[in-house]
Design a binder for this molecule. Structure first.
Ligand code: 9Z3
Length: 353
């Protein structure tokens, strides 16, 4: 993908014989930094672009959550979840999105709470959330869960009440013990700024912090200074887009923001042959504790836990899948064991031999 600096414009392709469209009007032209021709690194990115509104107030909520659990000496995990969007216009009509529904993140958050962790759930707005996930995105309308009694009051339909009662008890316990805080992002830029703010806030927890990066984060985006102001017009025919690479924030995350914590990233591929080599390469390059590799089509059945020393799989049988066993119920206990061992070993720092 090219990184040349061109604002996305509705325009003709090289094969289109019609004349090129007029340049965008001045009101939709990006300001002069759009002439930049190279991709930005993470340092330049954070010093060039302002934090999206809401970053500081969300950060203050996380500071208070972290302080509460630091006092209790409880472990805290940041779970990122769902897909980021890539807006194409400042007044956004169109954006690029991805497949992620947030199932991995929402299910994992419940399992971490079950294992005694407090959870910061940084998720895509309206993606699946812990506890409510079985109801919000199902084919049923929420009214299908209700039943009207003869006296006119409402109750949960008997068909659903057993499961709902169990989930409700877990949800209420998590709430009453302040074990779950939920913050949301929409765009990849929201995500990057919140990630920096939250991981930095968690650094006081040192080795008691875990970072579980399950969100499906776009690799490409349109930086604000290359983005046109108003809706891309269709009058030019073809639309050509040029996207910049998203800065690799896992570098400062491992080296600085979360340097004392236990860091787990995910590697997603669609081609099985490249999954393990790419997962290893990520570990070698970024020096964190673990990469969980998964293939899009089998991600609910099989994951691979990759460290520099070992490659281990966690796989559900077809019978387990049919019974509704969720693979996160195996992944999280495995991670808790690894986190225990790592702390027991003196929490060796990133990059240490
Ligand atoms: C994952 O690989 C997650 O397991 C999934 C979960 C997104 C596949 P769902 O939300 O799916 O349950 O539907 N997350 C990481 C994806 C990602 O963006 N990884 C980057 C990469 O593969 C590295 S950070 O290069």
């Amino acid at each position: 993908m090219s990184t040349a600096a061109t604002a996305p414009t509705a325009g003709s392709s090289a094969t289109n014989a019609s004349p090129p469209p007029p340049p965008p009007s001045s009101s939709s032209s990006p300001p002069s930094p759009a002439r930049r021709t190279s991709a930005v690194g993470w340092e330049e990115y954070f010093s060039t672009y302002p934090a999206p509104p809401g970053t500081d107030t969300a950060g203050a909520r996380i500071d208070a959550f972290v302080a509460f659990h630091a006092r209790a000496q409880r472990r805290v995990v940041l779970v990122t979840s769902g897909g980021t969007t890539v807006p194409l216009e400042k007044n956004t009509v169109r954006f690029i999105d991805n497949f992620s529904a947030g199932t991995r993140g929402a299910t994992s958050a419940e399992c971490f709470i079950e294992a005694g962790y407090a959870v910061i759930f940084l998720h895509r707005q309206f993606s699946l959330q812990p506890y409510s996930r079985d109801y919000t995105h199902s084919k049923n309308c929420f009214l299908d869960y209700m039943h009207a009694r003869a006296d006119g009051t409402l109750e949960v339909d008997a068909k659903y009440s057993g499961h709902m009662k169990e989930v409700l008890a877990k949800y209420q316990k998590a709430k009453s013990e302040n074990l779950l805080i939920m913050e949301s992002f929409i765009t990849v830029e929201d995500y990057l700024f919140l990630l920096r703010r939250f991981t930095t806030a968690m650094s006081v927890l040192r080795e008691n912090a875990m970072y579980y990066l399950a969100a499906a984060v776009s690799d490409f985006f349109v930086p604000k200074d290359k983005m046109i102001e108003h809706k891309i017009q269709s009058s030019g025919g073809h639309l050509e887009l040029q996207l910049d690479p998203v800065p690799k924030v896992i570098v400062p995350l491992v080296e600085t923001w979360a340097s004392k914590g236990f860091i787990v990233s995910f590697k997603l591929e669609t081609e099985p042959a490249i999954l393990i080599p790419k997962s290893r390469r990520a570990l070698e390059r970024y020096n964190h504790q673990l990469v969980i590799g998964n293939i899009l089509s089998t991600r609910k059945k099989l994951v691979t836990m990759v460290t520099l020393d070992a490659v281990e799989t966690i796989e559900l049988s077809d019978a387990e899948l049919a019974q509704g066993v969720e693979i996160e119920s195996r992944i999280i206990p495995d991670l808790v064991r690894r986190h225990d061992l790592w702390i027991g070993d003196g929490a060796p720092q990133h990059g240490a031999p």
